[in-house]
Design a protein around this ligand. Structure first.
Ligand SMILES: Cc1cc2nc3c(=O)[nH]c(=O)nc-3n(C[C@H](O)[C@H](O)[C@H](O)COP(=O)(O)OP(=O)(O)OC[C@H]3O[C@@H](n4cnc5c(N)ncnc54)[C@H](O)[C@@H]3O)c2cc1C
Length: 394
């Protein structure tokens, strides 16, 4: 193995998490390569509600606000509506950005816009693109070496594994996942409506999971609709007119008449977490490290914090003259990220299972928790801060 690495950092995976990590690393002056992977086989209709700390990451990448902001919409209020028909219904809960001292919690950005912007920015910053996939990995005391599916090998001091939930790099480095599944499928779609959304995102808690509308510019919203898999399969077969009628009924007409349905895609729901987030000159980033159902917009927000913390830690290490893949640095990264990710996964899991289960104490517990949040300002403000995900400085 060569002792003189080709790069400082190799990023595997050109999803939003890997692209952000590559941009941040290049911004800090690391010689960075990006292994793009196979890419998308179908259009991605998802939008991501990115909270203010994630927008600060985008700003650091040179991609926010810029013209991206024109194609996105702010989230000024988040509304939780108990629509389960439960014996103990929770009161309606409204989180207001103003109460948290903010103009908006965040902005809702289509992934189909975000990814090309980050890709173009990475290119501007001099990131070296390798249009291939990770096939294998090895490391010694000085160098990380990634073998590509082309047969070529590329070396760096450190690798970021951001190649998604079935990460080849994570497997090659020998990190296991703890994973679980839900009897749910999420449908992502967008639609037009006749009434204004007033920058409010509404999460209707239904017996099969949350049904969440998120503002887009004008009279348009994106939707994450969690359903039992069989029902989701049926909905995916509906024509646009029938789907619009279903959506309108599911939000009780609160957004008026629904039409102009966008492309849709379904995602089986599961959760997963890596047993460690770093090993052997590799740090895991994004869904390579953790997966959650889309409740409370936590997924990519956590991933942007992975990217931020990883690059902040290695920058500090470099500035102290250390090996940027030193064992202590990897341990710091693992501990820091697990502290952020684990409790969020637990809360999301409990919230989701409390909807799916007909178990009365769990249902009552959810209602009592939401009632406490609705009536007690300090608790609500604490929950808003946690939800926003502002993390302590590295
Ligand atoms: C319906 C839905 C709604 C969501 N809404 C939100 C939201 O509002 N807010 C939020 O924060 N999060 C949200 N999320 C979560 C968010 O969409 C994901 O966390 C995010 O898209 C995952 O990005 P990633 O870069 O980690 O992974 P991916 O996007 O999966 O990227 C992995 C990349 O690795 C590449 N790759 C694969 N194999 C290899 C290989 N062998 N070598 C190299 N590269 C490889 C792939 O081509 C891909 O480009 C939502 C998720 C869903 C399902």
């Amino acid at each position: 193995m060569s002792k003189l690495p080709d790069f400082d950092v190799i990023v595997a995976g050109a999803g939003p998490a890997g692209l952000a990590a590559a941009c941040l690393a290049a911004t800090r002056g690391f010689r960075t390569a990006l292994i793009t992977g196979p890419g998308e086989t179908q259009p991605d209709p998802r939008t991501v509600a990115l909270m203010m700390p994630s927008l600060a990451v985008l700003e650091d990448c040179g991609q926010w606000p810029g013209d991206l902001r024109e194609s996105t919409a702010p989230l000024r209020k988040l509304r939780l509506v108990d629509d389960t028909g439960a014996l103990f219904p929770a009161p309606e809960l409204v989180f207001s950005a103003r109460e948290a001292g903010l103009d908006a919690f965040g902005w809702n950005i289509p992934l189909a816009l975000l990814k090309p912007r980050l890709e173009a920015r990475a290119s501007e910053l001099g990131v070296h693109f390798l249009r291939a996939s990770v096939a294998d990995y090895a490391a010694d005391a000085e160098v990380a070496s990634v073998t590509l599916d082309t047969g070529a090998a590329v070396t760096a001091v450190l690798a970021f594994a951001a190649d998604g939930r079935n990460s080849a790099l994570r497997r090659a480095v020998g990190i296991d996942m703890v994973s679980w599944s839900y009897d749910q499928t999420a449908i992502a779609v967008s639609f037009a409506h006749s009434q204004p959304h007033r920058d409010v995102s509404t999460e209707y808690h239904k017996p099969a999971g949350p049904f969440t509308t998120v503002p887009l510019p004008g009279r348009r919203s994106s939707l994450v609709w969690m359903e039992r898999p069989q029902r989701a399969d049926e909905l995916m077969q509906f024509d646009d007119r029938a789907l619009a009628a279903e959506i309108q009924a599911m939000c009780h007409g609160e957004l008026g008449l629904v039409d102009d349905i966008g492309p849709r895609r379904s995602f089986p729901m599961s959760g997963a977490r890596a047993t460690t987030f770093a090993r052997n000159r590799v740090m895991l980033i994004g869904e390579t490290a953790h997966t959650v159902p889309p409740i409370g917009a936590q997924g990519l927000n956590m991933s942007f914090r992975d990217a931020h913390d990883a690059v902040a830690l290695i920058t500090q290490g470099r500035d102290r003259g250390e090996d940027i893949a030193a064992a202590k640095l990897l341990t710091d990264y693992d501990q820091r990220r697990q502290r952020d990710v684990r409790p969020r996964q637990t809360v999301i899991d409990l919230m989701n299972r409390s909807l799916l289960s007909a178990y009365l104490p769990l249902e009552a517990g959810r209602a009592a928790g939401l009632a406490a949040l609705a009536s007690f300002g300090p608790l609500r403000r604490f929950a808003m801060n946690v939800g926003l995900g502002a993390s302590p400085p590295v």
